[in-house]
Design a protein around this ligand. Structure first.
Ligand SMILES: Nc1ncnc2c1ncn2[C@@H]1O[C@H](COP(=O)(O)OP(=O)(O)OP(=O)(O)O)[C@@H](O)[C@H]1O
Ligand SMILES: [Mg+2]
Length: 311
């Protein structure tokens, strides 16, 4: 499976040499992985996470999204190929894995697979404590992470008494407390109510503003379109990466990845067909953006605002 970056997409893993500032923050090259007694999930995969680009990872159930995320965060080791941080190969010894975990943090889909300490505060402090940081530094990080996830009031709450959404936030706080440069989230909005999803997107927006690169696996094409800069589609023919509005407008790729056309792309096409939007105007990605566009007078060369979006 090989990656092909679409025009205008992020730089591929080839090109700049090791340590070059243009190197992607995290990259897999020629990576293959098969579970023991299982089928080969990924084969010859090239994949890059570029600093500052919000990346949505999409694909069918069983296409390998979770596997890819675990390879990127060092939980799994590729059978062939290599993982690199800023162009430097990752070594899977203690020092190498510490370097990886202070750069890349994965939040798994089910918070119950991640949380284990008795209280929220203890759980969030586990990672920084494990790094051997001084206690005041650990406290500062925990307070910052709880505040970022809006769960400061839950610090002393037993984790087993939390709601599902609160457990999700606690799991993300635990990763944020490591101050990673790349935060990888496996289906973070699954199981959240609409308000919970919006709050989480706001939180991720603030983390991005503070310099964290965020990668998210999701099945929600509408969310990917409004949230991500780039989309990576896992298809049987390989992973295809490029600007989200280009990737999610391609019926061939969507079909291969088992996805439907996002609402915003369908509406944009309709507006263009009726001459209400020029080919160069940005289309609406949400009903709010459509309303803003209508209010501004569709057909004028104004672009919609980007509430909650960054694309
Ligand atoms: N621990 C495991 N042992 C054996 N096979 C596994 C294991 N975990 C995943 N697989 C298999 O690897 C393939 C890819 O699984 P993966 O969980 O990466 O897919 P996914 O894209 O995340 O799917 P979903 O959308 O359902 O979360 C599937 O065929 C799955 O059955
Ligand atoms: Mg998965």
């Amino acid at each position: 499976m090989s990656e092909r970056s679409e025009p205008g997409g992020p730089a591929g893993p080839q090109g700049p040499g090791p340590g070059d500032p243009r190197d992607p923050l995290v990259s897999l090259s020629g990576a293959s992985y098969a579970y023991e007694d299982g089928p080969t999930v990924l084969s010859g995969l090239d994949f890059a996470v570029s600093e500052g680009r919000a990346l949505a990872l999409l694909g069918r159930n069983g296409s390998g999204k979770t596997t890819l995320m675990r390879l990127l965060s060092g939980g799994l080791r590729p059978d062939t190929g290599r993982l690199a941080l800023a162009g430097r190969p990752v070594s899977y010894d203690r020092a190498g894995l510490t370097r990886l975990r202070t750069t890349v943090q994965l939040v798994v889909q089910d918070p119950d697979d991640q949380l284990f300490a008795a209280s929220v505060g203890q759980d969030v402090s586990f990672g920084p404590m494990n790094l051997g940081l001084p206690v005041p530094e650990v406290r500062a990080r925990v307070d910052e992470a709880l505040a970022a996830l809006d769960i400061g009031a839950l610090a002393d709450r037993p984790t087993h008494l939390l709601s599902y959404g609160q457990r999700k936030r606690t799991a993300i706080a635990g990763a944020v407390a490591m101050r990673p440069r790349v935060l990888i989230l496996d289906e973070p909005t699954a199981g959240l109510d609409p308000d919970g999803q919006e709050r989480l997107l706001d939180t991720l927006g603030r983390l991005r503003e503070s310099g964290t690169t965020v990668v998210m696996a999701t099945h929600d094409v509408d969310l990917a379109l409004r949230w991500a800069d780039d989309a990576a589609l896992l298809t049987p023919a390989g992973v295809r990466t490029g600007p989200v509005s280009t990737m999610l407008a391609r019926p061939d790729l969507l079909a291969q990845a088992g996805l439907r056309l996002p609402w915003g792309i369908a509406v944009t096409t309709l507006l263009r067909t009726h001459g209400l939007l020029t080919d160069t105007d940005n289309g609406p990605r949400t009903p709010d953006e459509l309303a803003a566009l209508a209010g501004a007078g569709a057909g004028a060369s104004t672009s919609p605002g980007a509430p909650g979006g960054t694309g």
